[in-house]
Ligand binder design. Structure first.
Ligand code: HEC
Ligand SMILES: [Cu+2]
Length: 345
């Protein structure tokens, strides 16, 4: 799950990132010029001093006579740095204004609440009753207002290609704007040391064009697909309380139902929510549409059967110090449980 792009802000992929990029270019150019001037001045000073010493020895005449030197020193040592720092400060303030958009909620039609947890990200869409984890979907070409909170320690939200870092501080809400020009997947990570698994507190931002984004939202807003629907007779013409399990496709569906039973009768329900079921825990990620996500454990493993098996049986080996305890299950139970989790699309 490691991707080189996770560490780089290049190439910037949207308005906000472009603004950060141009500020960075300014710092690079000014910093380079200042460095060159200082190093050159140092070299000149050393060389002149040597020459002066040599001349002093040769002529026995006292060297330095005060000249325009102090003016040069006053300018290079006082006026120039003050001007440079003021200029950089002005551009920093303007960059903050352009990238923060903290006060102007109306500019951002899409609002996403992100809660930093040790060591994963809870992601909510308050206007759509959608909750997910470690994966933020946004529409392209629009400002997205990300509202950042934390209940435990300070984290920092950073998607290098899309925007700068903003801290998640317990007791307050910080805001950041994301803007992606092109559809794509952009890596993000926690950028403030927050405990043992800080390095595995990653996430992805997936940018879609508008119709695809709407489709994603709609799918996420639905309650979990449930094997009971067959028994409920809601969707199934003629399906009655009797013998739903014997219908066509009974094989996989019975395994899904068995897995669901195991989930609902295990400790899982104390920590995880699956919308449309009695599982209502909030300590861990919402699993309603787990199967639609690319990774589990905030990027530590890909989302496939083998990884789910490892994660459920030994989460403390995979990600030592995370808040999920291992669960002992026999092979059949584990298989059924995973089949159920994989049905949660
Ligand atoms: C004590 C609380 C707790 C219990 C009990 C628990 N989990 Fe978790 N679970 C968590 C936490 C916390 C995480 C996130 C860990 C992280 O990424 O740092 C998690 C993550 C997961 C994930 C990965 C989700 C994602 O999107 O990254 C799956 C799948 C999962 N748990 C399944 C289960 C199953 C199945 C059970 C029952 C056998 C279970 N959990 C029991 C707390 C719990
Ligand atoms: Cu962290």
């Amino acid at each position: 799950m490691i991707d080189a792009r996770i560490r780089s802000m290049f190439p910037p992929a949207g308005d906000v990132a472009d603004r950060v990029d141009s500020h960075w270019q300014l710092l690079l150019v000014v910093g380079s010029v200042v460095w060159l001037v200082v190093v050159t001045a140092m070299l000149v000073a050393v060389l002149r001093r040597r020459r002066a010493e040599r001349e002093e020895r040769d002529d026995d005449v006292p060297g330095d006579e005060p000249g325009r030197g102090h003016l040069v020193v006053a300018f290079l040592g006082g006026v120039a740095p003050a001007l440079i720092i003021l200029g950089i400060m002005a551009d920093s303030v303007l960059t903050l204004r352009d990238t923060g958009a903290a006060t102007d909620a109306s500019r951002a039609p899409v609002v996403v609440e992100v809660d930093g947890r040790q060591f994963w990200w809870e992601v909510r869409y308050p206007d759509h009753d959608v909750e997910t984890a470690n994966e933020i979907h946004i529409p392209t070409g629009q400002d997205v207002r990300i509202e950042l909170t934390s209940d435990d320690v300070i984290h920092s939200f950073w998607v290098p290609q899309l925007a700068g870092k903003v801290d998640l501080v317990p007791g307050r809400t910080n805001v950041l704007t994301l803007h992606a020009d092109e559809p794509g997947t952009y890596w993000g990570r926690c950028a403030e040391y927050c405990g043992l698994q800080h390095a595995w507190m990653r996430f992805v931002v997936v940018a879609h064009d508008a119709p695809e984004y709407a489709g994603w939202l709609e799918a996420q807003a639905r309650p979990a697909r449930s094997p009971d629907r067959v028994d409920d007779g809601d969707d199934q013409p003629g399906g009655d309380e009797t013998g739903g399990d014997d219908g066509p496709g009974a094989g996989p569906d019975t395994e899904v139902a068995a897995g669901r039973e195991i989930f609902m009768s295990s400790s899982c329900v104390y920590c995880h929510t699956i919308a449309g079921t009695e599982a209502r825990g909030t300590l861990g990620p919402d699993l309603t549409h787990l199967a639609s996500r690319q990774a589990i454990g905030a990027g530590v493993l890909p989302n496939d059967r083998e990884s789910l098996a490892r994660w459920i049986t030994e989460p403390q080996d995979v990600k030592p110090g995370n808040a999920m305890p291992g669960t002992e299950l026999d092979d059949d139970e584990l298989d059924a449980l995973i089949t159920y989790l994989e049905s949660l699309e």
